[in-house]
Design a binder for this molecule. Structure first.
Ligand SMILES: NC(=O)c1ccc[n+]([C@@H]2O[C@H](COP(=O)([O-])OP(=O)(O)OC[C@H]3O[C@@H](n4cnc5c(N)ncnc54)[C@H](O)[C@@H]3O)[C@@H](O)[C@H]2O)c1
Ligand SMILES: CC(C)(O)[C@@H](O)C(=O)O
Ligand SMILES: [Mg+2]
Ligand SMILES: [Mg+2]
Length: 352
């Protein structure tokens, strides 16, 4: 483990240097990784594992669109692609990558095949932490481990193909075999993680549910919509409002933050902008702090998990989600965004 100073706190992280792919391959050489679920994380993790020379099979419902997607990705029915129960039976490590609500429904099927010495792997602490709501309690003679990529499965795959990687957290909930930690870290490297930091199932799910409802997804849509509305209500055109709210952030400023931090991004803007941003950021922090505290309480008390289970267990959950995503897509702000994206030089038809 490498000791890294994170802003004054020393944390131990696992880097590829001290747990290289060759070590991950050696650790997993006698394992069959059964990836159950082929939605977003399933494809990213399974294809990266396969490309990393690890023995992996897929379990998915035969009559599903994602079965077809798996076939299109090169998985072979009867050889590397099976119905869920058959894959769970064949797997020595079951990567439980159905939706969090789907994991509840299928748990009795999966549990049957968690025989002594196997490992049950999650990419979210949800099922285990909220066991009173999910009913997911593993047999005592199996390992229960977690590797949670901090990003979309789509990005996990894209970055892997670019020779890069997303960071992941890892955790050991149960070590029945004495191999749980090595299995978790080897899988973390195998699925394409940049570096791995240790957590536990509870901390992972509390932070993850907070992050996706907060700065990563929910809060950013909220502040985008608020600023866009104020600009439009004061007579600014959709193009001006969208560029000033979203396009400049994604195309210019966030890449600078990613490259070298917030202060560096500020330093690469005008002194007028720097003065203003330094004057206003605490006002926005103070205005949102109560909302973030309310959010964290809702997560830690199980309200958010129950809400997610109740809504995503309904037969029409996908229809409902897609309808609300369509509302976002059809909003003036994101319709303006579609036009702005089409005008990016790289999206312009070549001048003949
Ligand atoms: N989406 C991400 O990039 C991401 C990132 C980190 C962690 N995670 C975690 O990884 C796990 C998988 O997430 P995901 O986004 O890939 O899942 P998802 O919501 O895309 O669902 C995965 C698959 O489960 C299937 N499914 C849902 N309900 C089912 C049921 N009742 N029976 C059979 N199949 C069912 C869906 O059809 C889908 O193909 C979750 O625990 C999630 O929290 C996801
Ligand atoms: C990609 C995210 C938001 O980080 C993940 O946590 C998810 O649930 O999809
Ligand atoms: Mg999440
Ligand atoms: Mg997340």
């Amino acid at each position: 483990m490498a000791k890294i100073n994170f802003g004054g706190t020393i944390e131990e992280v696992v880097t590829r240097e001290e747990f290289p792919l060759s070590k991950a391959q050696e650790t997993l050489k006698d394992e069959t990784i059964a990836v159950i679920g082929y939605g977003v994380q399933g494809p990213g993790q399974a294809l990266n594992l396969k490309d990393n020379g690890i023995n992996v099979i897929i379990g998915q419902r035969k009559d599903s669109k994602t079965w077809d997607k798996a076939v299109a990705d090169g998985w072979v029915p009867g050889e590397t692609l099976f119905e869920i129960e058959e894959a769970a039976e064949k797997g020595t490590i079951i990567q439980y990558l159905l939706s969090d609500a789907g994991q509840i429904t299928l748990w009795p099927t999966i549990k049957k095949h968690l025989t002594a010495g196997k490992a049950l792997y999650f990419s979210h602490g949800f099922g285990i932490t909220y066991k009173d709501q999910t009913g997911i309690v593993a047999p005592e003679d199996v390992d229960v481990i977690l590797v949670a990529p901090k990003g979309s499965g789509t990005s996990l795959r894209r970055l892997f193909l670019e020779g890069k990687g997303l960071n992941s957290s890892f955790a050991i909930h149960q070590d029945a075999t004495g191999k749980a930690r090595d299995r978790a870290i080897a899988l973390g490297i195998g699925v394409g993680s940049g570096y791995l930091f240790e957590t536990d199932f509870r901390k992972e799910v509390f932070s993850d549910l907070t992050g996706e409802r907060g700065t990563l997804m929910g809060a950013i849509q909220g502040i985008f919509a608020a600023q866009y509305e104020v600009l439009r209500n004061n007579g600014h055109s959709p193009s001006e409002a969208f560029n000033e709210t979203v396009e400049e952030l994604t195309q210019s400023l966030m890449p600078l933050v990613a490259e070298n931090g917030m202060d560096w991004m500020y330093a690469n803007c005008s002194t007028t902008a720097q003065r203003g941003a330094l004057d206003w950021w605490k006002k926005f922090r103070d205005a949102t702090l109560p909302v973030f505290n309310e959010l964290y309480d809702s997560v830690s008390t199980g309200k958010e998990s129950q809400r997610s289970i109740d809504s995503n267990s309904k037969s029409d959950y996908r229809v409902k989600l897609d309808a609300e995503l369509k509302e976002l897509q059809d909003s003036e702000m994101w319709q303006a965004g579609k036009a702005v994206r089409s005008l990016r030089p790289e999206n312009q038809a070549e001048e003949i």
